[in-house]
Design a protein around this ligand. Structure first.
Ligand code: SF4
Length: 102
């Protein structure tokens, strides 16, 4: 059994928001750019920094995505790793800090 699955709280707000985001993606026909290039969206997995060109391309493809705003809000709210909504994790952290300062 995957212990990560066993530890996940399926009654959490994160799970509800995740289902909501997935529903939005399904309503677009499920055709969001990241499904075609998953490695580019998680460049620091396995401790690797990733390819700068792929990261830039992933961010650019997000801008064409019909759920980009909802995806960014989800990642901001639930502190996801990788590229979501056209931003890398550190960019979202900086954005969040700027929003809290104002
Ligand atoms: S905005 Fe989100 S769902 Fe859309 S391509 Fe980017 S990471 Fe994928």
């Amino acid at each position: 059994m995957n212990t990560q699955q066993a530890d996940f709280d399926f009654s959490s707000e994160e799970f509800k928001d995740w289902v909501e985001l997935l529903t939005m993606i399904e309503e677009t026909g499920g055709q969001v750019p990241c499904t075609n290039y998953p490695d580019a969206y998680f460049p620091d997995k396995d401790g690797m920094d990733g390819n700068a060109y792929e990261v830039a391309l992933a961010k650019q493809m997000c801008q064409e995505c019909p759920v980009v705003r909802d995806c960014l809000l989800f990642a901001m709210k639930h502190r996801q790793a990788g590229i979501w909504g056209g931003m890398a994790e550190r960019e979202r952290d900086r954005f969040r800090m700027r929003m809290q300062v104002r």
